[in-house]
Structures are given as structure tokens and as C-alpha cells.
Design a protein around this ligand. Structure first.
Ligand code: GAR
Length: 216
């Protein structure tokens, strides 16, 4: 099977990137990392990529304040240069503009540490805790022009425990993020994702919750 070429956009530590690297190296994920791009020069993600001989590029956002579409055009150029088919946002802390979305229609994925559409935005593990939610989790979705609003591909549910704090809840959610992101990418690689309006259906008749009900 032809391997899907991924371009991963990052801003920070890159634990999701690492999980994807590990799953590719163990052949659990039929993909190839064509390039890792960071908007932050000192992102640890870039070190992770270099360690595995993956092209690692810093695209500085300096001088692009208020010109997000121009910055995204730089990303598109870099992604195309490396022959990327699927763009994977992994802790990339910028809003994506149509300049990138139009170049990769229904081919930009994001992971978010909450059960969307609840708790979009930032610091969402804390928000779930403060709200008194009994369950949180994580969501992989296709990116659209809104913030955390695109069609949902797969989710994992994580219970909120009475003695949780932001760190403990975040850590348990992160563990599930590392599983479902690769799973979503693998489903894409197998051509099994069909987008119908807001809904993403699995073409083999299963549902995307089959493997991920509640994860302690
Ligand atoms: C992850 O928890 C990811 O879900 C979150 O940033 C973290 C990045 O961690 N993304 C967002 O909040 C995007 N809205 P990582 O760099 O270790 O993968």
C-alpha cells in the first residue's frame, strides 16, 4: 500500500508527533513523515524530528502579524516542496487560514484535548475540571475555518476523577491522544473516511467509537 506523506505542524514539545513517529517505526501506521514544520525556533518537536532523520523546518512568523494568510502561504510552499498529502496539526498554536485549507481541502487534521464541541480553545482540561464535567477526552477532527469546529473523525472519552487536577487529567487525556491520532491517520491512509457535511463516516460500516469507548 502506498504510504501517505504527512506534514506535521508543531509549536512545542511534540509528544503527539513522537507517538506518530513511534507508530510509523513499528509499522502500526502506514504513513511517512515528509516534513515537520514549527513556528517556534526552539520547539522540542524539531529535535525529535531530527533524531529520526525527518526534515525539520522552522518557518518564522516574525513580520507576519496580521498577515496570517501570507504566513500560511509560506507553509503551503514548504508542505508542497516535501510532497505532503495530509497535514497534521500536533500542538500547532496558530489559527489556520483558507490559504492553507484551500490548498489541502479536507486534508488538514487537528487534535484537541476535549470532547468537542465542548470546550474549544485553550486551557480546556482546566475548563472541563472547573465546569464540573464528569467526562472529558480528546477529539481528532478535520480543520475548517472556525476554531476547533471542523468535522469530527474520532474521539476518546476520559472520566474526570474527583481527585483530578489539571495535570493529572491532562496526562490521562494525552495518553488517549497518542492512540487516536495515529488511528485517525491510519483510517485516512486506508481511504476509509468519508466526509458528509459535518459528519465523518467510516466506509467499512464500523463506527469510529468501536475502539474507544471509555478510557480510565
Ligand atoms: C496536546 O494536548 C494537543 O491536544 C493540544 O496541545 C497539546 C500539544 O502537546 N492542542 C491544542 O490544544 C490545540 N487546540 P504535544 O506538543 O506534546 O503533542
Amino acid at each position: 500500500m502506498k504510504k501517505v506523506k504527512l506534514g506535521v505542524l508543531v509549536s512545542g514539545r511534540g509528544s503527539n508527533l513522537q507517538a506518530i513517529i513511534d507508530n510509523i517505526e513499528s509499522s502500526a501506521l502506514a504513513a511517512e513523515l515528509a516534513v515537520v514544520i514549527s513556528d517556534q525556533a526552539d520547539a522540542f518537536s524539531l529535535e525529535r524530528a531530527k533524531k529520526h532523520n525527518i526534515p525539520a523546518v522552522h518557518v518564522s512568523a516574525k513580520g507576519y502579524k496580521g498577515k496570517r494568510d501570507e504566513y500560511d502561504a509560506l507553509l503551503v510552499k514548504e508542505l508542497r516542496k516535501h510532497g505532503v498529502e495530509l497535514v497534521v496539526l500536533a500542538g500547532f498554536m496558530r489559527i489556520i487560514t483558507p490559504a492553507l485549507l484551500k490548498a489541502f481541502p479536507n486534508r488538514v487534521m487537528n487534535i484537541h484535548p476535549a470532547l468537542l464541541p465542548s470546550f474549544p480553545g485553550l486551557h480546556v482540561q482546566k475548563a472541563a475540571l472547573m465546569h464540573g464535567a464528569k467526562f472529558s477526552g480528546c477529539t481528532v477532527h478535520f480543520v475548517d475555518e472556525g476554531m476547533d469546529t471542523g468535522p469530527i473523525i474520532i474521539q476518546a472519552v476520559v472520566p474526570v476523577l474527583d481527585n483530578d487536577n489539571e495535570d493529572t487529567l491532562s496526562a490521562r487525556i494525552l495518553k488517549q491522544e497518542h492512540k487516536i491520532y495515529s488511528r485517525a491517520i491510519q483510517l485516512y491512509a486506508e481511504g476509509k473516511l468519508k466526509v458528509e457535511g459535518r459528519r465523518v463516516l467510516l466506509t467499512d460500516g464500523r463506527t469510529s467509537t468501536d475502539d474507544h469507548l471509555i478510557n480510565p
